[in-house]
Ligand binder design. Structure first.
Ligand SMILES: C[S@@+](CC[C@H](N)C(=O)[O-])C[C@H]1O[C@@H](n2cnc3c(N)ncnc32)[C@H](O)[C@@H]1O
Length: 484
């Protein structure tokens, strides 16, 4: 199968099953023998088309006769071609069009045209007349995109910010409206732009096994240059990584000859994690020999960080509703040498949490919209709805409500998300404090002294944004139960 056929197969699978991009791309790499360079192109094409699909459709629709309904297979082929023309510099336009037309011939054959005629034709735009003309149709539309696509103008930002941002940056209208209402135009535009970039690959150093200088030298010897994170104490960022070259599939299934990155990432002195996620354990600031409970722990990014900060002393109870995800946590603990972790499968909204009464600190790293991680998961913008967001807020509040009465007096409670939505963050904390006035907020500054002021809210919460801090959007609040 050619690279573009694999990309098309992935895109069809994503739209048919609504599985996440990473899962679909991973399983395509398991199924097809593809070299590292081609994997990067598949990755770039699939992630790119998913990310830009609304903008691509808007451009394409200028050149398709509106009386014709284009089926999903044709739509994805057109999107693949338009994406290469509008967003990829490395592929000359004639090659992008030629390859897409070849793809159409192979993927569509001379069978059905893939179009349903809606009404009489005669308007501007291309239309397919029969199966054998399909390649001509794809060719014609893409040539128009090449000639005129860049010259199309979006509704002006000043007159119609919702449509301007939603089309030019490729986001659902409801989300853009929501961000405009809560954050304003310049934040929304900057956030949407930054969230369309590929995230750098960051990882946390296992401070029990190595030190920054030693680790950087050892990575350099493997040909990998790193920078020290300016935000997270134990964080390093790869600097010689091409955009879109890394994904979990590449890590787990890299073919012979391309194992450097894979072997590096499976080292016991490294845990791949966004820098924003590395702020949570230092905010909780566990001391040695303490008991810490992590109620939404899997797959263990923060649990393993806590274990390292505790020098593997004391105990962490890592709980999660998903047994499968807890199995991943156990593997991660084993690999990275987190030795003080016990696991429990439980639904933390309903379980009897009496056992947390002895804990010095409790972490609730809540399930959330994930809108802070759009750089890594471009598909979630299309899959989430406003109703789901409300349901998530209820779940987040219920996690806090079920834990709150059991936390000991003087005990610490940290709540975190990888969301930028005030309703999942500040508003949850506000509602929590109203329901449980025996808790107070502790300002994050003393725990994260080198964090820039822009990453702290006036209340003392941590809030990062991709456009301001170059990391995922994330939120964390440190609360303490009063002693009286
Ligand atoms: C954001 S993830 C946690 C990530 C993890 N803390 C880390 O750093 O790797 C949220 C987790 O909450 C779990 N979860 C969802 N609902 C839950 C519930 N009712 N009780 C316990 N865990 C739950 C999910 O299975 C998921 O693993």
């Amino acid at each position: 199968m050619s690279v573009r056929e694999v990309a098309l197969e992935c895109l069809l699978s994503i739209s048919q099953t609504r599985a996440s991009v990473s899962v679909v791309v991973d399983s395509a790499f398991q199924k097809h023998a593809i070299s590292g360079r081609d994997r990067r192109l598949v990755n770039g094409l699939v992630y790119g088309v998913v990310r830009w699909q609304k903008q691509l459709d808007w451009v394409l629709n200028h050149f398709i006769n509106p009386r014709f309904q284009v089926d999903m297979r044709h739509r994805h082929i057109l999107r693949l071609g338009a994406f290469q023309l509008l967003h990829l510099d490395g592929i000359p336009a004639h090659a992008a069009i030629f390859e897409t037309v070849q793809l159409a011939k192979r993927a569509l054959g001379s069978g059905g045209s893939g179009y349903k005629r809606r009404a009489r034709t005669g308007r501007r735009g291309f239309q397919a007349k029969s199966g054998s003309k399909t390649a001509g149709f794809i060719n014609g539309v893409l040539r128009s995109v090449q000639r005129e696509g860049h010259a199309l103008t979006y509704p002006p930002l000043g007159e119609n910010p919702v449509e301007h941002i939603s089309l030019s940056q490729s986001y659902p209208t409801w989300l853009v409206k929501q961000w405009l209402e809560t954050r304003g135009v310049s934040w929304t535009l900057a956030f949407c732009r930054a969230s369309n970039h590929t995230a750098p690959l960051a990882f946390r150093m296992n401070c029990l096994l190595t030190q920054v200088k030693e680790l950087r030298e050892s990575l350099k010897a493997s040909g990998i240059s790193t920078q020290v994170s300016t935000l997270a104490p134990d964080g390093l960022v790869f600097v010689n990584r091409e955009p879109t070259t890394f994904d979990t599939a590449e890590r787990d299934n890299a073919p012979e000859g391309e194992r450097t990155l894979k072997s590096v990432l499976n080292r016991d002195d490294i845990y791949v994690q966004d820098e924003s996620a590395m702020l949570v354990a230092p905010l909780l600031a566990p001391a040695e020999m303490q008991l810490v409970v992590d109620l939404c722990a899997a797959p263990g990014g923060k649990t393993t960080h806590l274990a390292h900060l505790m020098g593997n002393s004391g105990k962490i109870i890592a709980a999660d509703i998903s047994e499968q995800r807890l199995a991943r946590l156990k593997n991660n603990c084993r690999r990275i040498g987190a030795l003080n972790v016990e696991t429990q499968v439980l639904d933390a909204t309903k379980a009897e949490l009496g056992f947390i009464t002895n804990a010095d600190a409790v972490l609730i790293d809540a399930p959330c919209s994930g809108f802070g991680t759009l750089r890594r998961h471009p598909d979630i913008r299309w899959n989430r709805t406003a109703a789901q967001l409300s349901a998530l807020c209820e779940l987040q509040f219920n996690l806090l409500r079920n834990a709150a009465p059991h936390i000991k007096r003087g005990g610490v409670l940290v709540y975190s998300t990888c969301s930028v939505e005030p309703q999942e963050n500040e508003e949850i904390i506000r509602r929590f404090l109203a329901a449980f006035p025996m808790y107070t907020v502790e300002h994050a500054r003393p725990f994260l002294p080198h964090l820039p002021p822009s990453a702290l809210t006036p209340e003392g919460f941590v809030q990062t944004f991709p456009h301001e801090h170059g990391v995922d959007g994330a939120f964390a609040a440190r609360l303490r139960r009063k002693t009286t």
